[in-house]
Design a protein around this ligand. Sequence first.
Ligand SMILES: O=C[C@H](O)COP(=O)(O)O
Length: 263
Amino acid sequence: MARTPLIAGNWKLNLDHLEATHTVQKLAWLLRDAKHDFDDVEVAVLASFTSIRSVQTLVDADQLELKYGAQDISQHASGAYTGEVSGAQLSKLGVSYVAVGHSERREYHGEGDEVVAAKTKAAFDSGIVPIVCVGEGLDVRKAGDQVEYTLAQVDGALKDLPADKAKDVVIAYEPVWAIGTGEVATPADAQEVCGAIRGRLAELYDDELAAGVRVLYGGSVKSGSIAQLMAEPDVDGGLVGGASLDPEEFAKIARFRSHQVGL
Ligand SMILES: O=C[C@H](O)COP(=O)(O)O
């Protein structure tokens, strides 16, 4: 089954709404004439809550072929949860994607499997596709337990998720030791775990569902490394942090096909 590659930029705690507007304008301009190598690649940016409305206005007004999303979602639908943002609120802003279970949420906000599963469900309940982030830390990698550790996170995030939702989930394998460190996983490292994730999806659901789910790699992705990562059979895109703040670099990443070997 053909999977549409997804290149998603996670801006994290960067860019106010004016900077976000400028970044999207520049990105759209850089990608405007990329039709030949870009047609079937989806590009998205995950903005701070304060920027989403501005990004929406721009994307709608200029009919940009750019998706956008949020970096977090409340597990609750409404109520006395000060500071939280619900799926319904995000959905009203035309959000397509939301990151769930990012390692920075797990580490700094104590989000464990239960919360990640609840947020995954909350996203689907509002018609938003969750990008579920999983991946091991350095100690786990050194012990050689990266596959087992990451698959346990996949099990936790998808617990009780029915197949009609799971078929649309996006999973991002982000080894924590590669995030923001400049140390990108080798294509073989990425493939090992991304392939195992697809295998686990086949066990949890079935082969057909597993074959349709997009599995991204994240961790110091740059324009110089994306093409080789994308050449791996089970890597369907990138979740890009730092490099997504630079529209020129991010556009180059999105146009990975133009610098894939042999093209
Ligand atoms: O969500 C994105 C990842 O945390 C990767 O961030 P990075 O590209 O800055 O390493």
